[in-house]
Design a protein around this ligand. Sequence first.
Ligand SMILES: [Zn+2]
Length: 152
Amino acid sequence: MAFQMGEETRQVQATWDVTTYNYKVDGRGIKLLADGMKDKKILGIRCHNCGTVYVPGPPFCRKCYIPIDEIAEVKDSGEVVSFAVEMADVRGNPLDEVRVSGMIKLDGSDTFINGRIQVDDWHDVHIGMRVKAVWVPEPQGNLSDIDHFEPI
Ligand SMILES: [Zn+2]
């Protein structure tokens, strides 16, 4: 039986940057990032061809499709590029405290990392908001060494 498109079916012609949604990060880039965090450094990989800085660093540049391995340190401050306000758990039960998680573009990086944003009032969070990492008291060299981000 052949599939036939009904009248409701619409085709959307568009270019999809699939690298945004699905990309491979090998253990090397994660290890580099985690190891640096012990010294409160955020390390990514820069493409020597186009200059794009990735955090965490992938083995290949997603624009040039060439192997990359130049270590680049980025700042622990950056800009909120998107965020979500969580008011309930997965079952719909209200949370005691509203949580805000966001995608943050660190200064010097061309990619985003995920982090919790701590504010007194979630209404204050906005796209473009400047934030800074708050590190745990004694970083251990893992990805949870950044406890959260707070407004600058
Ligand atoms: Zn490149």
